[in-house]
Structures are given as C-alpha cells and as structure tokens.
Design a protein around this ligand. Structure first.
Ligand code: NAI
Ligand code: MG
Length: 502
C-alpha cells in the first residue's frame, strides 16, 4: 500500500472519539462495526437423537466457549458409548423404516426445506458460528452459511436424479453412516457430510468438534422445523472418545472423517479388517506458486486470502508460498505491506480480517511451530497490529528463508503463518510443491495458459486453483492425494461415495 497523502485522523470523523489505540502503521482507523443479530443461544444443549433433544445418559455436560473472549457460551451434553449406540439404533430404524425407502423426489423436499430454513436464519447462524469458532463475521456471513445452504440445495437437486450418479448402474443407499468433523468449518463440514448422505437415502450419526458444537445443534432445530423424520440425523457431542465410538459402531456401513492426519490414521488402523466404507479428508500443506509473469498484486491478494483470512484454519490453506526468484523480493515486500493493514481482532466486527484462533491448544501449537521455524533459521516477520487483551489471537506471520527440510515447510501449522520458499524453474516449482506428505490443494499464478495446464497435470493435489485460491462450489469434488486422505466430497463423485452400486 502506498503511503497515505495525509496521516490518518486521530479521532473518528463520525463520533469525534479519539482512538489512538487503533492507529498503527499507515492503517486508517474505523469505528467498530459489530454484527448485532441475536445468535439465539440456549444455555444448555442436549444430544439430538431420534428427532428429540435428550440428555446424555451419564448426565455430564462440558462448556463451549467463545475463543475471542474465553467466555462460556453454553454447556453441551457429553455423549458416552450408550448414547452413541442409541443414536445408531435410531438411525437404523429411520434408514430401514422411512428414509431409505422414500422416493428420492420426496427426500429432496426435506433437503430443500432445510436449505431454505437455513437461509431464513442466515444472520443468526453466522453470528453463532463466529461466536463459537472465532472466525470473522464476514467469513461466516459471506462464505460458511451460504455455502452450507448451497450444499443442501445442490444435493436436493440430486435426490431425484440418482440414476445419473453412476450411469448404466443402479445405486442404493449404504444404510447408516458415522461422521466426525472438525472445528474449522463447523456448519459447512456438517453440510458437506450430511447433505450427500441424506440425498442418497442414508441416515446419519454425526459428531461435531468439541470446541464448536453450537451451529450443529442449532441446525437440529431446523431439522425439527423441516419435519425431518426422527432418526434421519442424530448428533452426539463430545471429544475424541465419543468420536472413536461413532467411528467404531458396528451399525455404521460407512464412516467419513475430516480432521488431522494423525487421528485419520488412528481411525483407519482401528477399522482395518471391517467391511466399513471409509472416506478421509485430512491435513494439507498447499503451495501457492507465483511465477514472474503473474499479475503480482492479484497474486499477493490471493496468497493473503489463502492463508490469513480464517486464521489459516483451513485444510487447503496456501500455507507455503513458492515464489519465482526474479519477483521474490517484490512479492515479499508487498506481502509485508499487506500484513500491516490486516485487521486482527473482534471476530464479530464486520471490518475484521483475521479473527481468533479456535482454542488455546491450537494457539500453543502455532506458537510452538513458529518458534521451531525461527530456531531452524527462518526469518520472522509479524504484522505490527495490536492484539486484544483476552482471547486467543496470533499475529499474521511470514517466515522467509525457509528451506524444504524445515518443519514449518513440512508440517501443518493450521494458523496464520506463511512459509516462503523460492524457485528458479518450472520443474523446480513442481518438485518443491510436490515434496510433501500431503496433497490437498495448490495454487498457480501465471499469465500463461499452457503453464497452468502443465502445472495442474503435474501437481499432486486434489484441487489446483489458477489465478485464484480457496474457491468452492458444491458441484466441484474436493479431496486429497497421499496423506491428505481419500474419497471426494461434492459433485457426482461425492455422492457416489455414499452409494452402493447394485
Ligand atoms: P482432531 O483430528 O483431533 O479433531 C477432529 C475431530 O476428530 C474432532 O471432532 C475430534 O473430537 C475428533 N477426534 C479426535 N480423536 C478422535 C478419535 N480417536 N477417533 C475419532 N474421532 C476423534 O484435530 P485437532 O486435535 O482439533 O487439531 C489438530 C491438528 O489437526 C490441527 O492443528 C490441524 O493441523 C489439523 N486439523 C485438520 C483439519 C482439516 O480440516 N483437515 C481440521 C482440524 C484440524
Ligand atoms: Mg486432536
């Protein structure tokens, strides 16, 4: 950003209030603009089993907090094995008795209804998502909630066209599926999991992440309002032990997991030898690759969007930048300028670019890995922005001089941290980008169409974006190579992963 012609005003032009604490670098101060919609939270949430909210048999609850303030939002029931079993029994009855036998065009009506009810309550859901997860309201309002609704709409459109899922073959539901999801896109991951499963005629037992259960439980209210038959979707809340029980239950014909590669491997080991179908969406270490002929400003904006918005809590985040040597210095200088004007803070403020880290545990992991990066010789640049006194926040961070052997180039940090490497030739870019255990996504920035085609063929990544990043559509399948997992979500391929070919 070029220097401003005149210094930013020391007080708000509208209110006249002095706001010296907001003035740093060359960033203009804004008045706070908090989103005010009522998230309609209940003080306590029970499990959602067989169409009803029921307390856990063990009678235990755990707190769920707002990571931006560390304040308790609600308490949530802790499901044990008996609750998970009750959820599966309900799902089995619903699959056999109603949902699996219902005509696809009838199932479609429920999915459309869920999508529309979610749209009606979009603001309320966006605020709830931001309060519980820490992501900026502009993300939850403009991306998470509309995309979740879009997934229900899209899959409603499939429900009466299932004969086209596998042309020439007939498809049937698998039965009951068990699903465990993470905290980075609580509502959207739930939609990715539930919508295709239901469209295909399966019923579901799902566990949200322990830090972000609220929007799932609010969606259960919508399932009730939509008249979804009892047992079609069951939600059990809890941590890893509850998740393990969901994955291991004998009724589950398929399990679908999104989360860390570490837990994905534990689940796969524990299910080896069973006949359960499985899909896994695990970690990533995506490279954004900028060539010297790329539109540099656009590329820098794409890189910033790819790693800093949403606090880097994105499995397909562009957490490595590979930049062509002739433009490396210019790109890094522009990135530093851009970091200076990122707004970090209150996630409910509509101006906020970077919100709260989801949990103290995650914040500690990010801090640790950045320390390791510096110890291994990387050079650190952090946005000079003020951070709120409470809550879990981390400054947008660049690590330059990173080499391929550095842990920050190899391990998923899952925070607003960009590791920067350089390259000289196209082949070197491909080799470095592919030199990772993961393979979820990649980004290519160049003016040359032929180079985009070459890169997208040679990069071992489930998604390759060209001159853009983090673009999603329910019609476009998403999933990984190597340790990023297997199976696809979205599109025809995604629904096929919930079908039996008969
Ligand atoms: P995690 O993989 O432990 O948690 C994800 C989900 O799995 C949660 O619902 C959790 O309760 C559940 N879970 C935990 N242990 C389980 C088990 N043994 N069996 C079944 N379910 C289990 O991820 P965590 O600990 O929250 O984050 C650690 C790292 O994982 C992050 O720093 C990040 O690098 C990565 N991660 C990747 C995500 C992705 O979308 N690929 C999402 C979240 C985290
Ligand atoms: Mg974990």
């Amino acid at each position: 950003m070029p220097p401003l012609a005149s210094p930013p005003p020391k007080s708000s032009p509208r209110s006249g209030r002095p706001r010296p604490e907001l003035i740093f670098g060359d960033l203009w101060p804004y008045d706070p603009a908090p989103e005010t919609a009522d998230p309609k939270l209940k003080p306590r949430y029970d499990l959602f089993i067989d169409g009803k909210f029921v307390p856990a048999r063990g009678g235990k609850y755990f707190d769920t907090i707002n990571p931006a303030t560390e304040k308790k939002l609600a308490e949530v029931a802790l499901a044990g094995p008996a609750d998970v079993d009750a959820a599966y029994q309900a799902a089995r009855r619903a699959a056999d008795g109603v949902w699996g036998r219902m005509a696809g065009r009838e199932r479609a009506k429920y999915l459309f209804r869920i999508a529309r009810l979610l749209q009606d309550r979009a603001r309320e859901f966006a605020v709830a998502e931001t309060l519980n997860g820490g992501k900026p309201i502009k993300e939850s309002r403009d991306f998470d909630v509309p995309m979740a609704a879009a997934h229900f709409f899209y899959h409603a459109g499939w429900a009466d066209k299932l004969e086209y899922v596998a042309p020439g073959r007939r498809v049937a539901p698998l039965g009951v599926v068990g699903q465990v999801i993470p905290w980075n896109f609580p509502l959207l991951m739930l939609a990715w999991k539930i919508a295709p499963a239901l469209a295909m005629g399966n019923t579901v037992v799902l566990k949200p992440a322990e830090t972000t259960p609220i929007t799932a439980l609010k969606l259960a209210e919508i399932f009730q309002d939509a008249g979804l038959p009892p047992g079609v979707v069951n939600l059990v809340t809890g941590a890893g032990a509850t998740g393990a029980a969901v994955m291991a239950h004998p009724i589950a014909a398929k399990v679908a997991f999104t989360g860390s590669t570490e837990v994905g491997k534990i689940i796969m080991r524990s299910l080896a030898g069973t006949d359960k179908k499985m899909t896994m969406e695990l970690g990533g270490k995506a490279a954004n690759i900028i060539f010297d002929d790329a539109p540099i400003n656009q590329a820098v904006e794409g890189v910033v969007n790819g790693i800093f918005f949403n606090q880097g809590h994105v499995c397909c985040a562009g957490s490595r930048l590979l930049v062509h040597e002739p433009v490396a210095e210019a790109v890094i200088a522009k990135l530093k300028q851009r970091l200076r004007v990122l707004r970090v803070g209150d996630p409910l403020d509509k101006n906020t670019d970077v919100g709260a880290i989801n949990s103290r545990e995650q914040l500690n992991k990010i801090r640790h890995l950045v320390d390791v990066g510096v110890k291994e010789g990387a050079e650190l640049y952090q946005a000079p922005c003020p951070l709120p006194a409470r809550g879990f926040f981390f400054r947008p961070t660049l690590l330059t001089g990173v080499t391929q052997s550095h842990r920050v180039a190899r391990e998923e940090i899952f925070g607003p941290v960009l590791s920067i490497l350089t390259f000289r030739t196209v082949d070197e870019a491909v080799e470095k980008a592919n030199n990772t255990a993961f393979g979820l996504s990649a980004g290519v920035w160049t003016d040359k169409g032929s180079r985009i085609l070459k890169m997208s063929t040679e990069l071992k990544a489930g998604v390759v974006w060209a001159n853009t990043f983090n673009k999603f559509d329910p019609a476009s399948p998403f999933g990984g190579y190597k340790e990023s997992g297997f199976g696809r979500e979205g599109g025809r391929q995604g629904i096929l992963d919930y079908a039996k070919l008969v």
